[in-house]
Ligand binder design. Structure first.
Ligand code: SAM
Length: 409
């Protein structure tokens, strides 16, 4: 199609497919906004980190040149470092090609440089966010309720006579250790201890500690055909320690992935860090323990508003990309109709990153590779946000749903 066509598809969908590679550029704000009916995710809230850092956060480290030099590939690699380097060298041509495609797409680059200011006329600010993790730990947690305010239409008089009635329905339900569902096809505003949250249509969340995750296991055969997992992996980053607590790897071995899968099978998508030790653990222990067969690796390449990479591609300890490992949980009664389409390896997704550790919304994107069901059923584990049509589980799945991240559409 003509470039103008590609660009207008991007402006609509948030996904730009490059002609000359399998890479895609994603604007998470546009992708997320396809979920909402009355509200809009605010670009300035989503992109606050990347755009702010340019002006307001000068590097704390005064000898950054020295640090950079240190991060280049060490000269004498040990076995693990050599394996990591080999993985990087194998991915490198795909990453470079994808980045070149972006740099060549001048029409897209122009839009990208303005993503933060897009249709954002009422500059909202996220304000102080309520710590849901702390709230869940106090003794009163089982008593806390969230109030859902949904607007319903009374379609009883659709004969063109009297106007459609709109009224507000309110209901309060326990917010922790409970599946809270917005079963309507409209956004719902919810209130919890004075903070407001926006729940997209046909979405639900279960906010609990890992110890309660078995409550997500479906009773009958209606499991999930897409399972996205973003575990709180341990790593040395002090910044991460401030954001959320982490768990040792053995905790993830007992995640009930097999029990969450649909009987037709499921696509499992796992976010991993670039630590070689972790990659070995996933391949040799975690996927086998979950009953997942490895299928492909996708890469999330992070760029700045000017299209450049957020860091040197070859920095040894700070790669400007993260990996999404894809695997399949085979179904018990897979027939030809539900067999998924083959997953291409080395697909690259480029985005400008949002808040710390916030992953781009991949559920909709991955749906085409999951065993097809009449109705897609997707669950996200360790989620910090909600998606239309998905169940979000974690100890803070409402985090990015706070109303300060939205404007009225
Ligand atoms: N996918 C998320 C996103 O894109 O924003 C980021 C998830 S972050 C890597 C991991 C999440 O796991 C954090 O929200 C953290 O609070 C949560 N977490 C840590 N320990 C947990 C536990 N014991 N039970 C449930 N959730 C936990």
């Amino acid at each position: 199609s003509k470039p103008a066509g590609k660009l207008s598809t991007f402006l609509d969908s948030g996904v730009y497919r490059f002609e000359d590679s399998t890479a895609v550029f994603i604007d998470p704000v546009r992708v997320l906004n396809r979920s909402y009916t009355r509200f809009r995710v605010s670009p300035s809230a989503y992109y606050s980190r990347s755009f702010k850092s340019k002006i307001q956060e000068p590097r704390v480290c005064s000898n950054s040149r020295k640090r950079k030099r240190k991060e280049k590939k060490p000269q004498n690699l040990n076995d693990r470092e050599r394996a990591a380097d080999q993985r990087h060298q194998e991915a490198r041509p795909f990453l470079l090609k994808a980045h070149k495609s972006l740099l060549r797409s001048t029409e897209l680059l122009e839009v990208v440089s303005n993503l933060r200011d897009d249709f954002d006329n009422s500059a909202s600010s996220p304000g102080t966010t309520q710590s849901l993790v702390e709230l869940g730990r106090v003794w009163q947690a089982p008593l806390y309720e969230i109030t859902l305010n949904s607007q319903s239409h009374d379609n009883a008089s659709e004969d063109g006579g009297s106007p459609v009635m709109e009224y507000c329905k309110q209901r309060a339900v326990p917010v922790f250790n409970n599946l809270v569902v917005n079963e309507t096809s409209e956004d719902v505003e919810a209130e919890l201890l004075g903070s407001r949250y926006i729940l997209p249509p046909e979405s639900s969340f279960y906010m609990s500690d890992l110890g309660q995750i078995h409550n997500l296991i479906p009773e009958s055969d209606c499991g999930f055909n897409l399972i996205v997992v973003d575990p709180p992996w341990e790593n040395g980053s002090a910044r991460q320690k401030l954001r959320y607590s982490t768990l040792p790897n053995r905790y993830f071995l007992s995640l009930p992935i097999k029990q969450l899968c649909h009987t037709n099978g499921a696509l499992v998508a796992l976010w991993v860090t670039n630590r070689e030790k972790l990659r070995g653990f996933v391949e040799k222990e975690l996927f086998p323990a979950w009953g997942v067969e490895y299928a492909a690796t996708f890469f999330w390449l992070k760029v700045k508003a000017d299209g450049s990479l957020i860091g040197d591609l070859d920095l040894f300890h700070h790669r400007p990309y993260e990996c999404l490992l894809l695997g399949l949980c085979p179904g018990e009664d897979t027939d030809d109709n539900s067999r998924p389409k083959p997953i291409p390896d080395n697909q690259i997704m480029l985005t400008i990153p949002g808040d710390y550790s916030r992953k781009p919304p991949v559920a909709r994107f991955l749906q085409e590779y999951s065993p097809t069901l009449q109705r897609n059923r997707c669950v996200e584990l360790f989620a910090r946000e909600m998606t239309a049509g998905c169940v979000s589980w974690g100890n803070e799945p409402l985090h990015f749903q706070e109303s300060g991240n939205f404007t009225r559409g």
